[in-house]
Write a protein that binds this ligand. Structure first.
Ligand code: NDP
Length: 320
């Protein structure tokens, strides 16, 4: 073996709740896991402020702090957490085969098992004002952030099942919810649309797009959302709506480009796992968290599936 190639038992790709939980379990099973964090260390939760729905934190926890705690817990059991991006994989088809992985375009790793926890990324519109106000009123997760807008007015951008679900969820917390739908109809299932139309405090604006998020500097210099400017794409008329929050719900993109042609994916490019397990179509390769789940997408469900992946990896190695 070349000196430049490192051989390990368990490689974990991704550092969200799924990756860290997999690391904690794999390390305690003596698999000596090595984790590569990816560029967004800590994953999607580091883009949210307070996490109030993760069991065990009665007063809530800052998303970044929670990921730091998970990292410390994984390291306590000797997980090696490395900052780096996996740039290439060559996954073996053979039981007991070695998976070849390249990190940052140069470092080569040979892994007996690979746990994929690369997550999914919420899609955003790409407006400068949207980017600037992320964390200041712009969010892509109603269950994470909805509570901060209790009894206030908000907008939801999007017209699919996620947008409809987020709007009905937010309608229970917020005063008024305005949905911005870019076409003259919604993509969401009929049942979800009915729920939207039957909810009194949701107003749907068709043929309407977000033009700009409007912010205002507060006492300590933080800029927060105070409204949106929208445009009717038929009449071209622009107008403003005063809101405290903007929820972007135009879909998620699983981070699976790296595995194209090697791992089985569904139509939306999420990794397919077998039955209730974390097993992919390659022996010794397991997937957990949002990269294989477009339905629940919660920190706690991701963590649970990370535990499953580590147990599956341990059993796979034990059975060789
Ligand atoms: P979808 O891709 O289904 O919908 C995305 C929505 O965002 C579309 O209405 C689309 O508009 C709109 N959109 C996209 N880009 C823009 C843009 N630039 N400006 C304005 N609007 C935009 O994503 P979802 O996340 O809603 O759903 C993903 C999958 O998950 C679907 O299969 C869905 O059925 C499923 N799902 C199921 C749920 C359930 O069963 N409970 C809950 C949530 C999701 P347009 O229609 O014009 O293209």
């Amino acid at each position: 073996m070349s000196e430049n190639i490192e051989r390990i038992k368990c490689l974990i790709i991704g550092s969200g709740p799924a990756g860290y939980t997999a690391a904690i379990y794999a390390a305690r099973a003596d698999l000596k896991p090595v984790m590569y964090t990816g560029l967004e260390m800590g994953g999607q939760l580091t883009t949210t402020t307070e996490v109030d729905n993760f069991p065990g934190y009665p007063k809530g926890v800052d998303g970044t702090k929670m990921m730091e705690d998970l990292k410390a817990q994984a390291e306590r059991f000797d997980t090696e957490v490395r900052f780096g991006v996996v740039t290439k994989v060559e996954l073996s088809d053979v039981v007991g085969g070695i998976h070849k992985v390249v990190v940052d375009g140069e470092k080569q790793i040979e892994a007996e098992t690979v746990i994929i926890a690369t997550g999914a990324s919420a899609k955003y519109l790409g407006l400068e004002s949207e980017e600037r106000l992320k964390g200041g009123g712009v969010s892509a997760c109603a269950t994470c952030d909805g509570f901060f807008y209790k009894d206030q007015d908000i907008v939801v951008v999007g017209a699919g099942d996620t947008a409809a679900e987020e709007a009905t969820y937010l309608a229970k917390i917020c005063k008024h919810v305005t949905m911005l739908v870019r076409r003259d109809e919604m993509r969401a299932s009929k049942a979800m649309q009915e729920r939207v139309f039957n909810t009194k405090n949701i107003k749907v604006l068709f043929n309407t797009e977000l033009d700009e998020v409007l912010g205002e500097k507060k006492a300590f210099g933080d800029e927060v959302v105070v409204g949106v400017r929208v445009v009717n794409n038929q009449s071209k008329e622009k107008f403003e709506i005063a809101v405290a929050g903007v929820f972007i719900a135009i879909g998620h993109k699983p981070n699976t480009d790296l595995f194209t042609g090697q791992l089985e994916m569904d139509d939306a490019k999420y990794l397919v796992t077998k039955g209730k397990s974390s097993k992919t179509n390659k022996p010794g390769v397991f997937a957990c968290g949002d990269v294989q789940d477009h339905e629940y997408r919660q920190a706690v469900t991701a963590a649970g599936s990370g535990c499953m992946a580590a147990l599956d990896a341990e059993r796979y190695l034990g059975g060789l």
